[in-house]
Design a protein around this ligand. Structure first.
Ligand code: AGP
Length: 605
């Protein structure tokens, strides 16, 4: 879960600035230490490494010894797996000679054994990392593992080698007389929009005038470049104090984009699934398994309610880390849906690979074009949400849920469980939601906002409980996850009916309860669960539907959202919960965009 950047271009280029700028755009991938290596015009490979955020490295370079101009360089921002975050363990890692150096994203699982072997052969190690094994091995000869790497050598001033094998993503940015290598597109958007995606099991050689891709066995690979329609600004904060807040306020637009080209005049078209349908891959589907992690798992839980309701097929949503080791019962009759915004989450990739090996058809729901999950799927439904830089998922959650709703409606129609009129009326409600989210955001941005002041008051608490019923339950889980991730307040989400079976013991005046009690067929039940808690003097906050005056009697604070179909209510109820977590985190002076111990995509197990 690290970020890699590389540049090769004309002699005398300001390689240092290009690398530091690229790393600053990759920091969400890991931010406990960073480093760069620049091959200067004098032919020396200059390394600069610092523990801490990119800013620490930038100031040490600016105030210390800035590498001279040169022709190529690589850089890295780290999320430590082997060896604590410090200057020595930061990448790049040179070999014994200092001639070549490596940056790496992934894990070398058998590094200890290799390290012992190399040490016996006279290699001397400087760091505690698994990565340093690579530079010594490349120094000796080539080997196989889960990695994405970039390697430069002072003896090859016009060449960067990148390779990818089971590890994190790698993209090449095509320039005029210069080329860029990076773990993610936002890092090179300021320089070019023409990119090449490097697939697993491929090696790429970048020279100022050329880029050549080959399989690890040397077979040449031809690939058409993609033109990215995101602009560089998309990777900037746009005047917001944090990417997370910017992305929360982008949700109306993100939701509209998820519907774009799929909902026309009340008609639903998922052309992405046509080839699968024509190939008969969806005939005979008897059950659906949704495989995902974290926030994507919560989106999958909401989809379970929707797809079962509309398509009348049993749906099981399972976390990928459990799925991959539970020897699941899957086959051609099981449709597997992989939900992963980054498209690179290791557990989800391996889980889906296994399902495919058992003949299960796979649909991927992802936000990243040509990401690894897309190559493991029979069809891909892109979120079209634009880049999400904040480590915590907000707009991609709303977009994932929306795309899964469209998939559920499509399956319901295909299976003859929903009439065109029913689909039309549900789509009409769904098309209202972006405007309704805008209403919530406008109020939150106005002087009438009640969410920020409430979050400020509650931020002193160390634990909170979230409850809900039906689709309100995964909404509660997601609300709890957001609060945990960015404010570090302990929070748990429960099915409201479960509370009295034990967890209600946690409630006291210092442990507030947040209840999702929007209009639903189980509303009364949620209210009675809230009343049970009232008796324990816990502070009660409720997300409710506008016009619901009854709930005021049972709660200390009510966060109102507009009315919509019960099944769509998570799209609205999640917004105040995201804003609550955001303001609690700001009040506690947490790093909202880069929370401790987290990274944007979890590319290792
Ligand atoms: C959510 O805020 C977190 N970033 C994390 O739980 C995330 O949802 C999870 O790692 C799955 O990521 P994916 O959607 O890219 O697979």
């Amino acid at each position: 879960m690290c970020g890699i950047i590389g540049y090769v271009g004309p002699q005398g280029s300001d390689v240092t600035s290009i690398l530091l700028d690229g790393l600053s755009k990759l920091e969400y991938r890991g931010y406990d230490s960073a480093g760069i290596a620049v091959l200067t015009t004098a032919g020396t490979l200059e390394l600069r490494r610092r523990a801490g955020k990119i800013a620490k490295l930038v100031s040490s370079v600016e105030n210390g010894s800035r590498p001279n101009k040169g022709s190529l360089g690589i850089g890295h921002t780290r999320w430590a797996t082997h060896g604590r975050p410090n200057d020595i363990n930061a990448h790049p890692h040179p070999d014994c000679t200092g001639i070549l150096t490596v940056v790496h994203n992934g894990i070398i699982e058998n590094y200890a054994e290799l390290r012992r072997e190399l040490t016996e052969q006279g290699h001397s190690f400087r760091s505690e990392t698994d990565t340093e094994v690579l530079s010594h091995l490349i120094e000796r000869y080539y080997m196989g593992e889960a990695y994405a790497i970039a390697v430069v050598s002072s003896e090859q001033p016009k060449l960067i080698i990148g390779a990818r094998y089971g590890g994190g993503p790698l993209v090449v940015g095509l320039g005029e007389n210069e080329q860029f290598l990076a773990s993610d597109i936002p890092a090179i958007l300021t320089h070019t929009r023409r990119v090449l995606i490097i697939d697993e099991g491929e090696i790429v050689a970048l020279r100022p005038q050329s880029v050549t891709i080959s399989r690890l066995d040397g077979t040449p690979v031809e690939r058409e470049p993609l033109t990215i329609d995101w602009d560089a600004q998309a990777a900037e904060k746009g005047g917001y104090p944090h990417f997370v807040l910017k992305e929360i306020f982008e949700q109306p637009e993100a939701l509209r984009r998820a519907l774009l080209g799929r909902v026309r005049q009340g008609q639903l078209q998922l052309t992405e699934l046509e080839r699968m349908r024509q190939a008969g891959l969806l005939e005979g589907i008897q059950r659906i398994i949704i495989v995902a992690c974290g926030t994507s798992y919560h989106a999958g839980l909401i989809a379970k309610y929707a797809i079962e309701q509309w398509a009348r097929v049993p749906v099981e949503t399972i976390t990928a880390a459990e799925f991959r080791y539970c020897n699941p019962i899957v086959g051609p009759e099981t449709l597997c849906i992989a939900v992963t915004q980054s498209g690179e989450t290791a557990d989800t990739l391996v889980g889906i690979r296994q399902a495919r090996e058992h003949g299960a058809p796979v649909i991927a729901v992802t936000n990243v074009v040509a990401s690894a999950i897309t190559r493991l799927s029979d069809a891909v439904l892109y979120l079209q949400a634009g880049p999400e830089i904040g480590v915590v998922a907000t707009k991609t959650f709303i977009s994932s849920v929306t795309v899964l709703y469209l998939l559920g409606l499509w399956l319901g129609q295909q299976r003859g469980k929903l009439t065109a009129e029913q689909v039309q009326s549900l789509l009409a409600s769904l098309e209202q939601v972006p405007g309704q989210i805008q209403q919530i955001l406008d109020r939150a941005a106005s002087t009438d906002d009640v969410i920020a002041p409430l979050a400020k008051r509650m931020a002193r608490n160390t634990s909170m409980i979230f409850i809900g019923r039906g689709v309100g339950y995964p909404t509660a889980l997601e609300g709890a996850l957001k609060l945990k991730e960015i404010s570090y307040i302990h929070a748990e989400g429960f099915p409201a009916g479960e509370l009295k079976h034990g967890s209600i013991a946690l409630l006291d005046p210092d442990t507030p309860l947040i209840g999702v009690a929007t209009a639903s067929h189980v509303y009364e039940k949620v209210v009675s669960n809230i009343q049970e808690v009232r008796a324990r003097d816990a502070h009660i906050i409720v997300v409710a539907t506008e016009g619901d005056e009854v709930i005021r009697q049972h709660a200390d604070d009510v966060l109102y959202v507009p009315a919509t179909e019960e099944i769509f209510s998570p799209l609205l109820a999640s917004i105040p919960l995201q804003l609550f977590a955001y303001h609690a985190a700001v009040t506690r002076e947490c790093n909202v965009d880069q929370p401790r111990n987290l990274a944007k995509s979890v590319t290792v197990e």
